[in-house]
Design a protein around this ligand. Sequence first.
Ligand code: PEP
Length: 250
Amino acid sequence: MSQRRKLAAGNWKMNGLQAQLDEVAALAGAHTDPGCDILICPPATLLSRMADRAAGSFVAVGGQDCHPALSGAHTGDISARMLADAGASHVIVGHSERRTDHGEQDAVVRGKAEAAIAAGLVAVVCIGETLEQREAGETLRVIGTQLAGSVPDGIDAASLVVAYEPVWAIGTGKVPTLGQIAEVHNFMRAGLVARFDRAADGVRLLYGGSVKPSNATEIFAVSNVDGALVGGASLKADDFGGIIAALERA
Ligand code: PEP
């Protein structure tokens, strides 16, 4: 198994005005030699200014979505190249809120991931089952389908991160059991290895869904959990710092 550097990724969603940039400055100041990678994905309106504030620090900045095309007549959309131009190094694609709110299917997510990688970004591909799917015993089938459909061919480990985010755990305070997280993460690793062979060893697998400083340590001890994608708890430097500290200890 290759040594995967852990990743703490924050997704600010549709939250954050200029004043919140101070949180990034605080985060950067508190983690001058972090034992893991740190990423914040602010709304697009803050991306460039956040990148400026984070410049020279260990905090990377990413987008929350991109269009599959490089450019063109797509009013309101943002291309991966634009994100890179604004200072992003990563972009989240296929978040369940995009899949639900905008009807994004696996093929679209895959196109976005391909565009991201072509623009030199790391694609953070999100997958996860709904509560109904879990209760119907369909979790691994859904995860397998989403993984196969959303992850592009010919990946290299440095440009792909996969986040397992059970839809029912996002923003709800509900978290799967550690056994459930392990089952899905081991399944994802096996699926990626079957498809990509050794290249899959280095792909980081994040867990996302109601991660907090209080539950981070036990989640990070689960096999094949290489970090977290964090929503609500990434908005405050103190909370996110607690999760980063847990990841550094893992
Ligand atoms: C997310 O939005 O990706 C997420 C995991 O949110 P939260 O941490 O708030 O559940």
